[in-house]
Design a protein around this ligand. Structure first.
Ligand code: 5RP
Length: 261
């Protein structure tokens, strides 16, 4: 791997081989999501626990300090909204010039396998990889399902992740599911877990992250289950414990309960 790409990869995958990304990109199609009305304010108390922040260029420029030491993964897909009947009709939103100007560690792009827009979506991923590779920018593919949450099973996710890796993604983000090792073993590049809607049970989040990592994921790209938690710093600290300190869910939950009480 060329020095520049290795340097960027080292910012998004830490020396222990694991990673903790804080996802705050939701506004790109959902608008001002509850507790993410101001990304800069929501992110500030959490950045000390995470390795990278996943945001769009608009939020990055407006609300994140250029002196941040947290790596930035830039969301570069978009083009649809919650008001649209089909969320899969996305494309590339950000030029390679802009990606370079923003000096980001990596970019993230959603792919909608099995949707009416599958062909366009996969060719757009290929185009993004083709534009980014000459400049050593890693691409994180996001296996998006739109509103079709029932798609989140091992058979579908393993296929989607494998396809993204074959097209050239350096990292693939997907959902945790039963038989998750089928997803990770079939994917030749690192897999990270997305969270999905906020759960009602804090221990549940710690458990699925732990189980996902036991099954081969290298970490998470997690949003709502952190910043919609009533104690987001405690949740971020507990997740950091699982990801980088090999804590069990029980140990991490104890940390969550006692942190800053
Ligand atoms: C939203 C995304 C998010 O980055 C991803 O879903 C992780 O966030 P959450 O844990 O809230 O699901 O791609 O468009």
């Amino acid at each position: 791997m060329d020095w520049g790409k290795a340097n960027r990869m080292s910012k998004v995958i830490k020396p222990d081989g694991n990673c903790f990304y804080l996802a705050m990109d939701h506004g790109y199609f959902q608008g001002p999501v509850t507790k993410l009305e101001n990304v800069g304010k929501a992110a500030a108390p959490l950045l000390e626990f995470v390795d990278a922040l996943f945001v769009t260029r608009g939020v990055l420029r407006a609300q994140i300090s250029p002196s941040t030491e947290t790596a930035i993964i830039l969301r570069v897909s978009g083009g649809t909204s919650m008001a649209s009947p089909d969320l899969a009709n996305e494309g590339i939103t950000t030029s390679i010039d802009e990606i370079l100007r923003l000096n980001v560690a990596a970019v993230g792009f959603s792919v909608f396998v099995g949707s009416d827009y599958e062909h366009q979506s996969l060719l757009d991923l290929a185009e993004l990889v083709n534009r980014c590779e000459p400049y050593n920018i890693p691409v994180m593919a996001v296996t998006a399902v739109g509103r079709e949450m029932e798609k989140r099973d091992a058979r579908y996710l393993a296929m989607a992740c494998r396809i993204c890796s074959e097209i050239g993604a350096s990292v693939v983000k997907t959902y945790y599911c039963e038989d998750f090792e089928k997803v990770t073993t079939g994917c030749p590049v690192p897999v990270v877990i997305a969270g999905g809607p906020k759960t009602n049970n804090d221990l549940e989040v710690l458990e699925f992250v732990y189980k996902g990592m036991q099954a081969g994921a290298i970490g998470v790209n997690l949003g709502r289950n952190i910043w919609q938690n009533d104690r987001p710093r405690a949740m971020a600290r507990a997740l950091q414990g699982i990801i980088h300190q090999s804590l069990t869910p029980k140990q991490a939950f104890e940390l969550f309960q006692t942190f800053e009480r």
